[in-house]
Design a protein around this ligand. Structure first.
Ligand SMILES: Nc1nc2c(c(=O)[nH]1)N[C@H]1C(S)=C(S)[C@@H](COP(=O)(O)O)O[C@H]1N2
Ligand SMILES: [Mo]
Length: 201
């Protein structure tokens, strides 16, 4: 199964433009605000929570990996100025989560929450149409713990801090609110092509 949001348009071969102020990185730097949490897959769950803090749905690991998965092929851009081209990810598209949960009219924002306490806010529309997923694999292998394994949010068209590692669920919100880095001065939206790095950009 292939997601149209990522495969629908043909991209030029590298070298191709990268967002302003970025440089190309061939490795895969690890950037974490704290230690790598270790949650056993027996107790791992993924939850969707509504704006009144009511649990809408909760999947166990076994249930989650049984959901339909998609593969995506994208460039990623970190606010610390590295960009990495042609990364391959596999996971469960946000559209699939909504469908599985029977949610047809989601609130306009989400706050991703994670093991370790990290949070980040994203407009719901930015996750729709194949543009956001919960990634379980990178480059054909299970996501390494340092890179967010067992599961991370992936929103590749926004700066990479929006791609929350060790994600455990999404809180829907009726209004936008800042997450961990957004409270500390990072931009509320974070479009790399507009260099929306910090407040006021
Ligand atoms: N839970 C959690 N997710 C996180 C972070 C974090 O500190 N904790 N750092 C963010 C930032 S600032 C970046 S650039 C990317 C880095 O992902 P990587 O370590 O896989 O390169 O993860 C994002 N997701
Ligand atoms: Mo970052």
């Amino acid at each position: 199964m292939v997601s149209r949001g990522f495969f629908g348009r043909r991209r030029p071969e590298p070298p191709r433009p990268i967002p302003p102020g970025q440089y190309l990185e061939n490795g895969f730097p690890v950037l974490s605000a704290g230690p790598t949490p270790r949650t056993s897959l027996e107790t791992w769950t993924f939850s969707l929570v509504d704006s009144m803090a009511e649990l809408l749905v909760q999947w166990s690991w076994e249930e989650f990996i049984a959901l339909p998965q998609t593969e995506i092929f994208v460039d990623i851009h970190c606010v610390t100025k590295w960009s990495k081209l042609d990364t391959t990810w596999r996971g469960v598209a946000f559209d699939t989560l909504l469908e599985a949960a029977g949610i047809t009219d989601p609130d306009p924002y989400i706050m991703a929450f994670c093991d370790g306490g990290y949070t980040t806010n994203v407009p719901t529309a930015d996750l729709l149409g194949g543009r956001g997923m919960v990634a379980l694999e990178f480059d054909g292998a299970p996501l390494q713990p340092a890179h967010g394994g067992p599961a991370r949010l992936l929103v590749p068209h926004l700066y990479f801090w929006k791609s929350a590692k060790w994600v455990r669920g999404l809180h829907f919100m009726t209004q936008d609110r800042p997450g961990f880095w957004e409270e500390a001065g990072y931009h509320m939206y974070g479009d790399p092509w507009k260099e929306q790095r910090y407040w006021g950009d």
